[in-house]
Design a protein around this ligand. Structure first.
Ligand SMILES: Cc1ncc(COP(=O)(O)O)c(C=O)c1O
Length: 444
């Protein structure tokens, strides 16, 4: 019976997305796994999208799907936002990149420094991964210390230093074992653990790097006062605090640091800040960032990159961020709250003891029967149910991130949020017999 549920969902998916399968089979001849980003792959084969418009994407089969991935959070105004498109078109006609300082860099840098409390000065690069790499290098160069402390379940991109982990569940093949020598790790949301580690390692510890809430790690929100405790202990011990706001920035015009009123020494942002084009930004207090200043420093820290401050990206980012103002953030966050309300109601109505963690426009559903405060709890979520829910939602016309992560854009309507809630409700009903048979710890 329950095996039939899984088979039915998979068969329907295969039937509905035949063109995607054909394209997948064509692509694997040239790209291993048929995906150039590990996360884009899922079984039995990923969907292939032909184009997007507003809150929807369209597959080659002609299916219109509500897109609640929004490019893993990089799109905040949906696909083909007219202001972003105009900025790119007008910009690129004048030339895309000059390798000089530009007005676009000035405008976007000023906007970010005006809005984000932790930014006195910023520098641009091309991805979040590069941003955290340079934030760490800056912290090490400024403090003259080598060690970095990160939180279990925190995600900071794919460069060796942050991809290396002292935890067993992270695949670290290819990363030199020496990489973890200078990395310390403590559980997220454990104030005592971070205080102890910072005090004991203060003389070698350059920085604590953390997301204000675990994003990719399951949208795990900070306990009350936790961020304040980390801020206090780092400040008291001469250790820099880096907030990686590459994902969390979208919850407020000035990022999570503005929302929680906790100001780090260095900050990284990316994703939405490029208006959907590739970007990374790191910055912080003037006296730290002056390490790059050619005018006040004899030998500034070297930071280069062919595409840094790419003018078209600056223009797209400025267009997107200009309209990501107070009312826009309030409106998108209200949609997030409505979505959360609808889901909690559905869980209860279906007799399910499961959770969804939400902040602003970001929500993660977990097949876990207790409130979630740690990355370890997220790992207990039932993978089989996530996989089936993902395919079942695709069958119903909803494109989501397989691990239950939903990210809204400013163009989603209230009705679309309610319909999304209904489709998740239908999916949970479809999965209920399986849950009753195999995962009854998730029943009320
Ligand atoms: C918090 C955080 N840091 C860093 C990154 C890496 O950014 P990118 O994928 O642009 O390299 C991500 C990406 O998801 C992220 O969520």
């Amino acid at each position: 019976m329950t095996r039939n549920i899984a088979r039915k969902i998979a068969e329907e998916y295969k039937e509905k997305f035949r063109e995607s399968r054909t394209r997948h089979e064509r692509l694997i001849q040239y790209i291993p796994g048929g995906a150039t980003r590990s996360l884009s792959y899922f079984k039995p084969f990923p969907i292939h999208i032909s184009h997007g418009k507003g809150a929807h994407v369209y597959t080659h089969e002609g299916h219109k799907l509500l897109d609640v991935t929004n490019a893993y959070g990089a799109l905040v105004h949906g696909h083909g936002d007219p202001d972003v498109v105009r900025a790119v078109q007008e910009g690129i006609e004048k030339g895309s990149q000059y390798s000089t300082p530009t007005d676009g860099q000035y405008r976007l840098a000023k906007l970010l420094c005006d809005r984000v409390p932790g930014f006195d000065r910023v520098r641009f690069l091309n991805s979040g991964t590069e941003a955290t790499l340079f934030a760490l290098r800056t912290a090490r160069a400024y403090t003259g210390k080598d060690k970095i402390l990160k939180m279990s379940g925190g995600f900071h991109g794919t460069h060796d230093c942050v991809a290396a982990s002292t935890k067993k569940n992270v695949i670290t093949a290819g990363i030199p074992t020496g990489m973890t020598r200078d990395m310390l790790e403590v559980p997220f949301n454990d104030g005592e653990a971070v205080e102890k580690a910072v005090r004991e390692n203060a003389s070698d510890l350059a920085a604590v790097i953390m997301e204000p809430f675990l994003g990719a790690g399951g949208v795990v929100l900070p306990r009350e006062d936790y961020l304040q405790r980390v801020r206090q202990v780092t400040r008291d011990n001469g250790v820099l605090l880096i907030f990686d706001e590459i994902f969390s920035f979208r919850v407020d015009t000035g990022g999570c640091q503005n929302l929680y009123g906790v100001i780090p020494d260095l900050t990284t942002v990316g994703k939405v800040v490029g208006g959907g084009l590739p970007i990374g930004v790191f910055g912080g207090r003037k006296e730290i960032m002056d390490i790059f200043c050619h005018e006040s420093t004899e030998k500034p820290l070297y930071h280069s990159g062919t595409f840094n401050g790419y003018e078209t990206v600056m223009q797209a980012g400025f267009a997107a961020m200009s309209k990501f103002d107070g009312p826009a953030v309030a409106s998108i966050n209200k949609m997030g709250d409505l979505f959360q309300e609808r889901l909690v109601h559905s869980f209860r109505a279906n007799g399910l003891n499961i959770r969804s963690n939400q902040i602003g426009s970001i929500l993660n559903l977990h097949f876990v029967n207790q409130d979630i405060f740690t990355a370890e709890q997220v790992l207990n979520s039932v993978e089989e149910l996530h996989g089936l829910m993902h395919l079942s939602l695709l069958n119903r016309g909803v494109f989501t991130i397989p691990r239950g992560l939903f990210i809204l854009s400013t163009v989603i309507t209230e009705q679309e949020v309610l319909d999304l809630g209904d489709k998740i409700d239908e999916t949970l009903k479809e999965l209920l017999p399986l849950i009753e048979e195999k995962y009854n710890h998730l029943l009320l």
